[in-house]
Design a binder for this molecule. Structure first.
Ligand SMILES: Cc1cc2nc3c(=O)[nH]c(=O)nc-3n(C[C@H](O)[C@H](O)[C@H](O)COP(=O)(O)OP(=O)(O)OC[C@H]3O[C@@H](n4cnc5c(N)ncnc54)[C@H](O)[C@@H]3O)c2cc1C
Length: 320
């Protein structure tokens, strides 16, 4: 069943996808946004570093964005896209509900998954006591006891960054090797290095983070944890279309896009965390803004060619 044909279908309604949709609906394009409603930052009550919306709830930002899109005639539907395929001169988009829609262009903004280290109690604190981004959540823990949990080669750098927000930073190696130059640099800035293995995190009576439990039974009192989770792009739909990849984060292959979000698959764009793990809310939003305008220009180019072909055909048709 093919329910409708749209100028563009946007898959994923986070800040990247909704920004692209806003540009397209304001250009009088017929746009469907399909979204499962689980943005990466849904665990955090407040977002920061977002000009004009600093401290807002991330979910309120997206709810406002959906209203703006609907005001211009866009349609936002809560569903999962389970498959995409080339069809005619566009794409067939299959929803988990069983519906199928046709689109002339696709914008994929499905974000990524954060995979946390397997440390007891850590997942429950993600977005409330454990964070990834100092610029997003550092100000809220000024001068507090900050733990940085080693998860990869960039972890010492994360500890150095956080030293900007507090003089009380402890770097938990949790069994990972730490090069001599990193030891010297951390120590020089007063960052404590804890080499004992981590067993779990502890919380107070209200469920707030209170410390890191070590394998030998000791507990170190801390107020907040920062770490780099393993990031896994939600790019199965892009891969199913055969989009090219490039070595990206950690050397793993990520979908390749140009500066407008255009992929190697004609008619398909991708923006935000699905192609850029560093994209914050404003960066994902900016990428969506550019992609939306570029998709509109691409549709116009197709319409110019169609109009030319129609006028040439009319000129060749003998008058009766
Ligand atoms: C704990 C935490 C706190 C953060 N705090 C901040 C902050 O303060 N400031 C800041 O700028 N950034 C912050 N970030 C980063 C922020 O989450 C990302 O920058 C932002 O979410 C990226 O937007 P996006 O549109 O690329 O992806 P997302 O916001 O993750 O949106 C992707 C959307 O696609 C949907 N989706 C996925 N697959 C499908 C499918 N198959 N069909 C339909 N829909 C699908 C998802 O449900 C989701 O709604 C934080 C991140 C974390 C983890």
């Amino acid at each position: 069943m093919h329910n409708e044909t749209w100028d563009a279908i946007v898959i994923g309604g986070g800040s990247g996808g909704l920004s692209a949709a806003l540009m397209l609906v304001r250009a009088r394009r017929r746009v469907l946004v399909v979204d499962t409603g689980a943005p990466r930052n849904r665990f955090a009550a407040h977002m920061h570093g977002v000009l004009g919306r600093d401290g807002w709830s991330p979910l309120d930002l997206l709810a406002t964005g959906r209203t703006e899109i609907e005001r211009y005639g866009g349609v936002v539907t809560p569903a999962e896209v389970v498959a995409v395929a080339h069809a005619d001169s566009g794409f067939d988009v299959a929803l988990g509900t069983g519906e199928h829609h046709r689109a002339r262009r696709l914008l994929i903004a499905t974000g990524l998954r954060d995979e946390l280290p397997d440390i007891a109690g850590l997942a429950e604190l993600w977005g409330t006591g454990a964070f990834v981004c100092p610029y997003c959540d550092g100000w809220e823990v000024l001068d507090r006891r900050i733990a940085v949990l080693a998860t990869g080669p960039m972890s010492p750098h994360q500890a150095q960054l956080l030293r900007q927000w507090s003089p009380d930073v402890t770097y938990f190696t949790n069994g990972a090797e730490l090069p001599d130059d990193a030891v010297a640099e951390l120590t020089a800035r007063g960052i404590v290095i804890e080499r004992r293995a981590v067993a779990g995190v502890s919380t107070d009576a209200d469920g707030r983070l209170s410390g890191i439990r070590l394998a030998d039974g000791d507990t170190t009192a801390i107020d907040v944890i920062f770490l780099h989770p393993r990031v896994v792009p939600n790019d199965a739909l892009l891969r199913s279309l055969g989009a090219d990849t490039v070595p990206g984060h950690g050397g793993a292959p990520w979908i390749e896009v140009d500066e407008t979000g255009r992929t190697s698959v004609i008619g398909v764009w991708a923006v935000g965390n699905v192609v850029n793990p560093s994209a914050s809310v404003p960066v994902a939003s900016g990428a969506g803004n550019i992609a939306g305008a570029t998709i509109n220009a691409d549709l116009i180019e197709e319409e110019i060619q169609a109009a030319l072909a129609a006028s040439e055909a009319a000129a060749l048709t003998p008058r009766s």
